[in-house]
Design a protein around this ligand. Structure first.
Ligand code: CIR
Length: 345
């Protein structure tokens, strides 16, 4: 797709955000007076990108309708970020997989984590939602979570009564999350924090649901294991149960719709924390192998963090135009390849 020259006056001169690249004056003028049914505008959608010159994307959706009403800007951003050539066509396959434990002795893999983002259909997304609706979202999700049985059965930790110190402490034990970063702050996602926010955890703490963080739901399975299949299968089981009680925002082409256009499609990130001290000294080799398997390497504590103790966070790069079982299988073969390289070095 050929990009229009971005409108320099809307964004900081140093910004490389994708939204700047595609938001020409003509596109801006066509979209700037439109409002979604919940009242969200283009100006609100790009505010985070305008305020943060180091944004890589720079646009958020205030509701599901943004993806159609502001398609002229969302589509090229999505096409460029997700590196798809044809218009997106979402394929969903949330079925159980049968995979071996990649590292039974836990020589390399510290933990495996699979998460998806979801939003409730017909509710404004977190950049735009009001207090009352946010509370309603929390209630609907809790009603659905309370119908879960073992091993997903657990309890809810509401954050409203926690002070900032308690939130920090509880975030370390997985029972809370800290407010979003400055990108999310400027998108409006942190409004009224910590009202109607909270974390549901299963009894063994391997299944968690974050309520009203960047999206209405972040559904997470996390274990100290190299058994990626087990972790993924638990997520499939959870989604199957929750999908009976909740309707998630989705689009036939774009898949699940969420606040950030990087998180659509499967909206799934599956990854491991893996210690690779030898490959760390061969960054070219590490990067090449990861890329060959469609994997992304991030710092120990996720996006925009450093690598500590040779521990890498390695996860799928693609989330749109690829189904969930393919993602987990590609992660499996990619991590196996990285472990082989590490052993040989
Ligand atoms: C940005 O534009 O940089 C922020 N809004 C964060 C984007 C989310 N993550 C990403 O690029 N993978």
């Amino acid at each position: 797709m050929k990009a229009d020259p971005g409108d320099q006056s809307l964004f900081c001169g140093t910004s490389n955000a994708l939204v700047k690249r595609f938001l020409s004056p003509a596109v801006f003028n066509r979209l700037c007076r439109l409002k979604t049914d919940t009242g969200f505008t283009l100006a609100r959608a790009i505010r985070s990108g305008q305020k943060n010159a180091d944004s890589s994307i720079g646009i958020y959706a205030g509701d599901a309708q943004c993806y159609t009403l502001f398609k002229e800007i969302f589509e090229p951003v999505i096409t460029a970020y997700h590196q798809i050539t044809a218009p997106a066509c979402h394929t969903r396959n949330l079925a159980f997989v049968d995979l071996f434990d990649l590292d039974p002795d836990r020589d390399f893999i510290l933990s495996a984590r699979v998460r998806v983002a979801r939003n409730l259909d017909a509710m404004a997304f977190t950049p735009h939602i009001n207090r009352q609706d946010r509370q309603m979202v929390e209630k609907q999700i809790l009603d659905a979570l309370h119908s879960l049985s073992a091993p997903l059965k657990g309890c809810y930790h509401p954050m409203e009564k926690m002070d900032p110190g308690q939130i920090r402490d509880q975030a370390h034990t997985g029972k809370a999350f800290i407010p979003g970063d400055r990108f999310q702050e400027d998108a409006g996602i942190n409004r009224d924090f910590p009202l109607s926010r909270g974390v549901y955890t299963s009894e063994d703490k391997t299944f968690m649901v974050w309520i009203n963080e960047e999206d209405h739901l972040r559904i997470i399975c996390l274990e100290k294991t190299g058994d990626l299949g087990r972790v993924f299968n638990k997520l499939v089981q959870a989604l199957d149960c929750l999908g009976k009680a909740l309707v998630f925002a989705s689009d036939p082409c774009l898949g699940y719709l969420n606040a950030c256009p990087t998180n659509i499609g499967t909206a799934m990130r599956a990854g491991v924390h893996i210690r690779l001290p030898k490959l760390e000294k061969h960054p070219g080799e590490l990067e090449k192998t990861a890329q060959a398997h469609g994997l992304q390497i991030r710092g120990t504590f996720g996006e925009k963090t450093r690598v500590t103790g040779s521990v890498f966070d390695i996860s799928n790069r693609r989330r749109l135009g690829v189904c969930e079982t393919r993602i987990i299988q590609d992660l499996y073969t990619g991590i196996a390849a990285l472990m082989e390289k590490e052993k040989k070095l």
